[in-house]
Design a protein around this ligand. Structure first.
Ligand code: HEM
Length: 378
């Protein structure tokens, strides 16, 4: 066993880059299959840069998601950690049988077949929101990319449509850094969840029926919050990259919408790193010794774009037991927007050259286009 090589770059420092400009991944990958960097909350973090090792780690029971196993020196707030699994059970903090039980409650609600049933409604939402945008140059990253995934998930869960503005505001607050705004956002999510359960018109009610009895209302609200927020933060960013590709004088790539969506997600995965995992004992990973409570991430963006990776399955939606539960819904949403644009806005195009577009890379907070000025009617 050896020491892990030190990352030659800091992958967590925010940076502004051109759309297809490489980030820090190549430098991390060149340093080794598992490299050590300075975590934003202090101390070391181990980042996996190699596909096979990543897939092994994502199925390794010694790596757990419960923030109770985070380094003791981490401040929970500044590290952006969720409540521990004991405080708040959730898909993203549980492992093992308790996680499997919650997954069984969620999975049937979001299968490919099930979400296909929403296809027409999702296309209608895309059409309505795009039609409501201004005819002149409009920045689709201001409203559309945030509002559309929230309109979809609210519809799926049964959150009444008139609460869409509340959902948008809550997500924006949560993406900020103000603790008071964070508390207000969580209260708003709880109201949205309660409204979905009261309306009875969506899958929130089914989720309640499918979850074990020991999950109380407050905990159920948190599960619904998880679905709403995970939908928005990822699909919002993915839409920006997709729209830039389909509306711009883009580099050569696939022609079929399905392939454009998959290729865009591979090149610009909206979750460039997995969520945190922590070792619950000292482990050996890729020939490197990790202590107990070591934080571990997978460099999804780097592995997706490694030389030779294009042909195989990518890690955009993760792998193993925590594979994204919303993967089918997200891809349906992305395809719907591309199809509605092609059919209803045939003259739509970028209002600036593709080469002028910029993204912000914010480490674990993901990558997002800064602006996306578009002429929807040509
Ligand atoms: C393009 C859009 C999306 C991307 C790229 C994405 C990516 C991911 C990734 C990489 C994970 C695994 C994280 C890890 O293992 O640490 C994940 C988990 C998850 N995603 Fe998504 N996601 C997307 C959309 C959605 C949507 C639409 C929903 C809700 C309907 C959703 C809900 C979740 C949930 C609840 C988990 C946790 C699953 C678990 O831990 O068992 N995601 N997602």
């Amino acid at each position: 066993m050896s020491d892990s090589p030190l990352a030659p770059v800091d992958p967590f420092t925010p940076a502004v880059r051109a759309l297809d400009e490489p980030g820090t991944s190549a430098a991390l990958r060149a340093a080794g299959p598992i490299v050590r960097a300075e975590a934003p909350a202090g101390g070391p973090v181990w980042i996996i840069t190699e596909d096979a090792l990543a897939r092994r780690a994502l199925s390794d029971e010694r790596l757990v998601k419960d923030p109770a196993w985070a380094p003791l020196s981490w401040d929970r707030w500044s590290a952006g950690l969720e409540p521990t699994a004991a405080e708040q059970p959730s898909l993203t903090t549980l492992d093992g049988p308790a996680h499997t039980m919650l997954r069984r409650a969620h999975t049937p609600l979001l299968t490919a077949r099930r979400v296909q049933g929403y296809a027409d409604r999702i296309a209608t939402l895309a059409r309505e929101l795009l039609t409501a945008e201004a005819p002149g140059p409009v920045d689709l990253m201001v409203e559309f990319t945030t509002r559309f995934p929230l309109a979809v998930i609210c519809e799926v869960l049964g959150v009444p449509g008139e609460r869409l503005d509340q959902a948008v505001a809550a997500c924006r607050r949560l993406n900020g850094t103000d603790p008071a705004a964070f508390a207000a956002a969580m209260a708003a999510f709880s109201e949205l969840a309660a409204a979905a359960l009261a309306s009875g018109g969506g899958t929130a009610v089914e989720l309640r029926e499918r979850t074990p009895e020991e999950i109380d209302d407050r905990q159920l609200h948190y599960l619904l919050f998880g679905l709403i927020f995970a939908s928005q933060i990822t699909t919002d960013a993915a839409l920006g990259f997709l729209l830039a590709r389909v509306l711009g004088d883009r580099p050569a790539g696939p022609d079929k919408i399905d392939d454009i969506v998959r290729d865009g997600l591979r090149r610009h995965p909206p979750a460039p790193f997995t969520l945190w995992r922590f070792t619950r004992t000292s482990v050996e990973l890729g020939g490197v010794a990790l202590p107990e409570r070591a934080p571990v991430l997978v460099d999804i963006a780097g592995i997706n774009t490694a030389p030779g990776a294009a042909g195989g399955p990518d890690l955009t939606f993760g792998a193993g037991a925590h594979f994204c539960v919303g993967a089918q819904l997200a891809q349906l949403e992305l395809r719907a927007v591309a199809e509605v644009l092609a059919a209803d806005f045939p003259d739509a195009r970028l209002a600036v050259p593709y080469a002028d577009l910029r993204r912000t890379d914010r480490g674990m907070q993901g990558s997002r286009l800064i602006t996306l000025p578009v002429l929807l009617r040509g």
